[in-house]
Design a binder for this molecule. Structure first.
Ligand code: ATR
Length: 280
């Protein structure tokens, strides 16, 4: 860092566990550009001042994470269309003092899925487990990229209904409460995505769906990346289904954000290795 360093970072609360700084700083170093990325613990009542700080201090932009992804929207000058459709922002770009909000979570998920799965999404039938913030990003992005149908399954059915309605402009969508999901609902499905926290460290023995519902034609995807292989993915592998872990989405959402700040192609493999080194 020197007097010409261009700052980026992440606003969250808490933020100490974030792997984003190490991932982005390694990438900046590899690209040979004078950028730096830091983690900022921004309390909810300080969010507006922190956003003004982006302008005042001339940051290229920041990421935004829990709990600020929705609350930050009123403080920005412009919201990109997909972020508006998702209803949440995870990336801000400072365009000469004008702050523009983007959401790279959903697009990052789709990129990582296509990188590993290499099959077009058009016509695919999807079940999404969960209906919170992460589910919204994934659901909107998939719905806009031509999947045939999305069934949103959630513990509280009201949230599942709301998300199914939100994506109904883009694809055929239905909702179901977790208790009512049956094996036959999964039979014709191509892709199941867990967006809930069920199975996350330190509760890695938990599983968000009855494993007897899984079948070998499925791609089973989990947004959780700690542990790297959740119980859900272990069970899916056992019966011969293809699996897709959560690290890819984390890398690609970061890479899409970084590209917006620097205008350069991020070194994806290095970013992935850096994150895996921290998790293994
Ligand atoms: P995120 O931004 O990570 O998606 P969130 O918005 O709090 O976080 O959403 C968490 C999701 O995980 C919700 O769908 C939640 O279900 P409810 O809407 O019923 O609360 C789901 N979830 C969390 N813990 C769960 C559990 N123990 N069993 C089932 N679902 C759970």
């Amino acid at each position: 860092m020197n007097s010409k360093t261009i700052m980026t970072g992440v606003f969250g609360y808490p933020i100490e566990q974030s792997l984003s700084p190490i991932m982005h700083n390694q990438a900046f170093r590899a690209l040979g550009i004078n950028f730096s990325y830091a983690a900022f613990a921004v309390a909810p009542d300080q969010l507006e001042q922190a956003v003004n700080g982006i302008r005042a201090l001339g940051f290229a932009g920041v990421n935004v994470t829990i709990p600020h992804k929705v609350a930050i929207i009123p403080f920005l000058d412009e919201i990109d269309q997909e972020a508006e459709e998702i209803g949440a922002v995870n990336t801000i770009v400072n365009d000469g003092g004008k702050l523009i909000g983007f959401n790279t979570d959903g697009a990052g998920y789709v990129q990582s899925l296509l990188e590993e799965w290499k099959v077009p999404l058009t016509g695919k039938r999807v079940i999404i487990l969960g209906a919170g913030g992460a589910a919204k990003g994934v659901a909107v992005s998939l719905a806009k990229r031509g999947v045939a149908s999305i069934c949103v399954v959630n513990r509280s059915v009201e949230k599942a209904e709301a998300l199914a309605k939100q994506i109904s402009h883009f694809t055929h969508s239905v909702s179901l409460s977790s208790d009512h999901l049956k094996a036959k609902d999964v039979e014709q499905v191509d892709l199941i995505i867990n967006t809930t926290s069920v199975g996350m460290y330190p509760y890695e023995d938990n599983i968000p769906i009855d494993p007897s519902f899984l079948h070998p034609k499925l791609v089973v995807s989990d947004l959780i990346y700690n542990p790297l292989e959740t119980k859900l993915l272990q069970e899916a592998k056992k019966i011969g289904a293809r699996t897709h872990g959560g690290v890819g989405m984390f890398i690609h959402q970061g890479a899409l954000a970084q590209q917006k700040w620097t205008g350069k192609q991020p070194p994806i493999s290095l970013m992935k290795q850096t994150v895996l080194d921290q998790l293994q």
